[in-house]
Design a protein. Sequence first.
Lengths: 315, 315
Amino acid sequence: MTSHGATQNGKLVVVGSLAIDTIETQGNRAAGVLGGAATYFAVAASFFAPVQIVGVVGDDFPQDELDWFRSRGIDLSGLEVRAGKTMRWTGRYHEDMNVRDTLSFEANVFDGYLPTLPAAYCDAPFVFLANIAPALQARVLDQMRAPRLVGADTMNFYIEGARADLERLLRRVPLLIINDEEARLLSGERNMVRAARKVLELGPTSLMIKRGEYGVLFFSGNSVFSAPAYPLEEVFDPTGAGDTFAGGVMGYLAATGDVSPAGIRKAIVYGSVVASFTVEAFSLDRLRTLTRDDIERRYRQFVSLTSFDVADASA
Amino acid sequence: MTSHGATQNGKLVVVGSLAIDTIETQGNRAAGVLGGAATYFAVAASFFAPVQIVGVVGDDFPQDELDWFRSRGIDLSGLEVRAGKTMRWTGRYHEDMNVRDTLSFEANVFDGYLPTLPAAYCDAPFVFLANIAPALQARVLDQMRAPRLVGADTMNFYIEGARADLERLLRRVPLLIINDEEARLLSGERNMVRAARKVLELGPTSLMIKRGEYGVLFFSGNSVFSAPAYPLEEVFDPTGAGDTFAGGVMGYLAATGDVSPAGIRKAIVYGSVVASFTVEAFSLDRLRTLTRDDIERRYRQFVSLTSFDVADASA
């Protein structure tokens, strides 16, 4: 990754799931709400840059949500609407919100879906392959002309069940964004530093490890960066925190075009900021009213939260 | 707490246990090694400031270790040597080193010990009450004339078993340094922000919550500071990490005399630095060869590890 210091056109393609979720926390329940990794990612990224979604929904997907996406500058020309039901997921969080159970999952119209990119997407300089089968992620990458930065996510299901496909994909992915459990499973190492080194041997040159309430570790070359999570009095619904983190990171990078180590560190903090808002309400609800000013304010709070070697550290 | 910007005399009193430990990790074992909270604390603090120990050992305590303490500028005139055996602890770490079992514990000469301070200790501006019974911590505090900063630790055993004594003590302790599990038990809150607020209602104006590999959260007034742990390839033996963290914090504060919010943030990073070395070997072994230069080098690595909003963040 090199820094050009300016955007090419700043466009950001994301492929991933769009879903209808039902979410249960210890005290609350939300049924039939907006979900899916691409959904969370796209809305988060749209605070920074124009986003182009690749995905599929059923004919039951709410029209007003599609209108909301468009109003946020999200290009839906790569979104297929197929006859049938949208993907559905129901999950329940434990009192320890780092733990959740999937109560039900229906792929529905996602079953057999093969992502195809509109011509207008293929020149985008930034692309994010959210958590879908590695073969489908590769298929999207095959259609991109010459992306400047490719990011990807994956999950235990593919690490265990599609290892060969995933390893093939990882050789083409400079930036991998996964959580600590996935890093452990992918590397076979419990220690995060050793896990990171092994993952970086698989192809990515940069690795972000999401640790929930403990923030993010970023490994690239010999450099390590640690960003805390924003300390919140209440995590209302952790769903989508990781996807909005990735959306904030990639959106900020696409907007600035600065993929230097310093640029990536700032992007990680912007991603952490958006994720910290996401968990304050069910589904994407907090992001519906969030403003860029809110984001900038909390970014400054991250500066204050982490500063110790500067004159104004006590802010 | 106010900042005078200069030391008074920089002296730091610590009361706590001195012990002989046997430590088992998944791959290694060390029998009959130096242990105890006051031991770890004092050696860590001695990198920064003169330390005065209050405690008790048996006549089996190794003379060469006492000589080593003295060579580090640690005042042992408040250390009683009683006929009998020194406190002994045997612990075994799980593969997840955040979890350990106590296999055996013998208080030995600590049983019935009542700390008494030499006159030369009573004017020290800094005092740390390491993890012993709150009534004994209070007894030490009663003997101090007018300390500038009082820090304390405690543990689940006293939170559950000596709650009234502990609450009485906490009203006299401006700086509490405990781990996340203790903060949860003391507050009845799982969320760290809510836990911190409740703990601060008990008396302390400042609270450091140690989170092992996830670093430290510091709460004071409306300010929150998050310091990461140093990312290590291997945690060889976590014993004493928390005590050397506290020792580094209090030692740095005693040395600089700067107890302003900015000064405390730096102290937290110095404490984190010393703790990160402690876990690299069994017992206090790594601290035997550690130099102030090693500490300064790793402090700069903490700057690099956490910087994102400055020009040289990519260092």
